[in-house]
Design a protein around this ligand. Sequence first.
Ligand SMILES: [Zn+2]
Length: 339
Amino acid sequence: MNPSWKETTIHERNRKIFAEELDAFLPDAILDFHVHVFNAGVVPDGEPFSCAGHPIDRYDLQELAGDLDAAYPGRTSKAVCFGFPEVGYDRRKNNEYLAAACDSQQFFALRLFDPVEDEPAGVKKDLESGRFRGIKPYPNYVRKADVNAVEIPEMLPAWVMEIVNALGQIVMLHIPRKARLADPLNQRQIVELGNRYPKARIVLAHIGRAYYLKNVMGNLQALKAVPNLYYDLAMVNHWEVMEHLFQTVPADRILYGTDIPLALAPGKSVEINDQYTYVTPVPWELSISDDHGRLRFTSFLYEELRAIKKAVERLGLPRDFVQGLFYDNGMKLLKRATG
Ligand SMILES: [Zn+2]
C-alpha cells in the first residue's frame, strides 16, 4: 500500500511547516487522546476503510508508532487507542488486539462498546482486567433505522455506566443527533450523564462534534459546570472554535486528540454559511474535493495544530495551558482509570 498519502514530515513540504510553525510551539511530550487502531481482519475483506479517500484495510500500533514519529519529530508521543466503531467490523477481534498490544506506557486502550451485543459480565471482566481505561460507544451500535434519532442513554445503558463509574474510567463519547452540541436533548442528557455518574470521566469527542463556530457558540454554558466532562479536539481545524472553548471551559478539561489515521490525510475542515464540510484533494463521501487540483494541502492534523496555536497565542495563554492540553490533562485521566 502506498503510504505517501500521509501528510507528515516524510514529505519536505510538511518538514517546512513543522520547522517554521510548529516545532517551537509543541511541548516535548504529546498524548493524543483520540486514535483509531484496527488490526488485519477487522474490516471485511474487499471493503477497505476510506481514510479521507485513501483506502486502508488495517492500521496497527506499529504503523501508528511510525506515523507519530513522522508527525511530531523529536517528540515523545503517546496515544489513547480504540477500534473502529462500525457494526459490520469485527469488534471483538479489534478489542482483543488492543487489549493485548497496548502496553499502557505508550499506548492505552479503550474498549469498543456495543449496547446490543455486549453483556454486563464480559464488559465488567474486561474493564476490571486493567487492560482498558474505559469504553468507546458509538451511535451506529444502537442500530436504529435513523441514526440521527439515537439518544445518549441508548448508547450508554445504566448498567455499563455503573461499571465505568465504579472504576473511575473513561467514556469517549461521539454524541448523536443532527444538531450535535446544539441539540437541547443532547445538552440535557450530557449533563444528566455527568451528574449521575460522578466518578466516570466523560470525553466529548470533537468538542461535541462542534467543528464550526455556529455549533459551539453558547452551547458550552450548561456543560462547563459539570466537573467530570472533558473535550477532545480531534479533527477540529477551526481556530475560532478553539478560542471559544479555551475561553469558556476549565483548562484542565481540554484534551489534545486527532482522529489518526484520518487526521494524517490531506484536507481541512471549513465552515461555510453556518455549516461545515471537509475539503480534500481526492473524493471522499464526507468532503468536497478539489478536482481542479488548485490547492496543495497539508494534513488535518497540522491544520488542527495551527488552529490550537493561533487560539493560544491570541488569548495569550501560558505554557502551562499548552502542557496541560497536550499531555498532563490526559495523563491524569489515564492514571485514575486503571480500574
Ligand atoms: Zn474518531
